[in-house]
Write a new protein. Sequence first.
Length: 450
Amino acid sequence: MTQFGNNRGNKYSKKSVNCASNGMPFWNFSIDEFAFHDIPDTIAYILETTGQQSLSYIGFSQGTAQAFATLAIHPKLNDQVNVFIALAPAMSPAGLSNGIVDALIKASPQVLFLLFGRRSILSSATMWQSILYPPIFVKLIDMGLSFLFDWKTVNISTSQKLAAYPHLYSYTSTKSVVHWFQIIRTKAFQMYDDEVHPPLSMSSKHTKVAKYPTRNIKTPIVLVYGGSDSLVDIKVMLRELPAQTVATEIPHYEHLDFLWARDVAEQVFPHVFDALESFTGAEHTKEEYERYRSARHTSLSASASFAAGRAGTGGHRRANSDAVDSDFSGAPTATNDDGDLGALPGRHHAREGERPATRSRDKDGDTDNETLSPASSPGGTRRARPPLGTAAATGTASPKFRSSSLLSLDGKGIRLGTSRAVGAVMRSPVNASTAGSSSDEGKRARGKAT
């Protein structure tokens, strides 16, 4: 069974039984409210509704930050979550790519309150979406992503952007965005700071804001991040996470690619399935870690075979997983269960990690990381995987999934499939005659539709 979470304050969640959405009390929330109240309440509701004892949590972007925070401050939740799978994880971003905007925000995050008020930020986004020609709206979003984050979005097709962008960008509270810029400014995953600091002052003279104690998390953590994602500083992140944390890098991926890249089914889903299949209970037993290590070892072997195949064919085999190992403990080489694989310049590498009960953290707090794998190898077979579908938090019962993961063009128009790693489903097809696409795909679809 699959359940989907939704944050308060976006265009799908603007009602409250306690206050009106046009009042300041409604918008007085930051990451702290998600961590202290919303995520625990969501998990409790899911477990009560499904009758399950535990669930698996899959988060994307801010959804991962909320899980990091809530698992760190609610010890009992660690006994209710089998595994935490973090896609494009966010904890302490380095900042924005645009130097001027980055410097302005870091100098005084509270400037956002002067620019946007203390209610919602960018509340006009849905208006522009409704009045702009869809390809123009997509172009403006791409320009904004390039300006702020230096993302090129080349891994996402135009037809996917037309279908997906209107459902991604919405508004939230100005306070939650200020909270993010406080985190960026202080380079620490901390709670919201109510005190106003003068420009260039990094901390309060009278108080010290508490950091989320993320090293206390007991739930197994699997990170899957993009090597081209400017919002992920994986070295800093791993220093603040438990020693058993596993990290997998997909080198050519940016932030949004984990939702809508053309090859997301090959690049991302196998890592998600490996974790879900290995950690099936909240006890986090030795046997679960052994299963995970076995899956990881098979994955490393398959990944090496894929890499050799790409090298032999000029590097054009894009259907296979490009995930590589990640290690930030300072070692210059990569190792697996069989021993040293040697230095691999230009890539992050991995060493096999031990289970939490047998591992210790070094002086710097650095952690070793492991690599997950593609779904199958060219020369052999592997266990059958479940059909692809959608998942945000999954119970211990075997979930059912839908079969499509990207857009398809047929006689009925553009049909949006679903992804197990994302939290949204479009149940009815989008008619190509109304999609407003100027691409060749849209034209062909409209021709078939008529």
